[in-house]
Write a protein that binds this ligand. Sequence first.
Ligand code: OGA
Ligand code: MN
Length: 298
Amino acid sequence: MSIQFRPITPIIGAEVDGVDLREPLTPAQADIIHAGMDRYAVLVFHNEPITNEQHMAFTLALGALETTQKNAMRSSTGDYRLPESFNDVSNLDRNNKPYARDDRKRLFAIGNRLWHSDSSFKVIPAKYSLLRAVRTPSRGGNTEFAHMGAAYDALDEDTKTLIEPLICEHSQLFSRDLIGFREFTDEERVRFAPVRQRLVRTHPGNGRKSVYLSSHAGTIVGWQLPEARLLLRDLTEHATQREFVYSHKWRPGDLVMWDNRQTMHRGRPFPPEEARDVRRTTIAGHAPTVEQQEAVAA
Ligand code: OGA
Ligand code: MN
């Protein structure tokens, strides 16, 4: 059976039929999936109860893994439940128990309920993320995706001209500050030092411009902070209007893959005492979106 895409909304997302994620992907199938990602930005595979190994094999057939820092907080405490090549996006500790409500790792992790693009705080940000659901809560816990190419197209010409040359700084310190999570060690402050990203980027696969927004974006180079924050907030509000959004309701055995170069996403709340076991692999991007600042001699 050949691969088929069923569009989910007119703007974003498609369900995929005709691939069995337990089987090795052929190069021809990989090409079709890349083309589907360029076109739909989010691909949904249902009823794929695969193992971690099969999830990883599917990922590697589509590109090289992002090898930099995976689990921002788990890594410092060694609280691993999954192979280190995975991002553990669950709310579970290494004994598969939901974290206590006040656990610092949980409070840091729920920052992903703010709209963001994965690894925008890294010099070379992520290309694709592949998230698979193993256990889902009784209610809530959707993941929402917004199309940043469609959001760019809908901007007025003055705004397009204004933002075209702008460079932002992104850091997990900025996104966590938005939810009042501010206690960081000196080591974390160094690890989370800001990186630069263009605010308007062009997609290498489809040539489309998009607004490169993320809750990690906290400053615009050369701008006063209040003006920068207000512009970023206005753009984010614009870009996450319902017409640009697909909200994915998870079922165990779903795998959802998104293109971080043309989307933002966010998790939604769910009962904290319930288990939500979701596991992510991440495919590395190819290049920085902009040159980094020269290191300044002290
Ligand atoms: C992610 C993420 C949100 C969610 O996996 O990168 O942001 O709904 N997930 O779990
Ligand atoms: Mn994410």
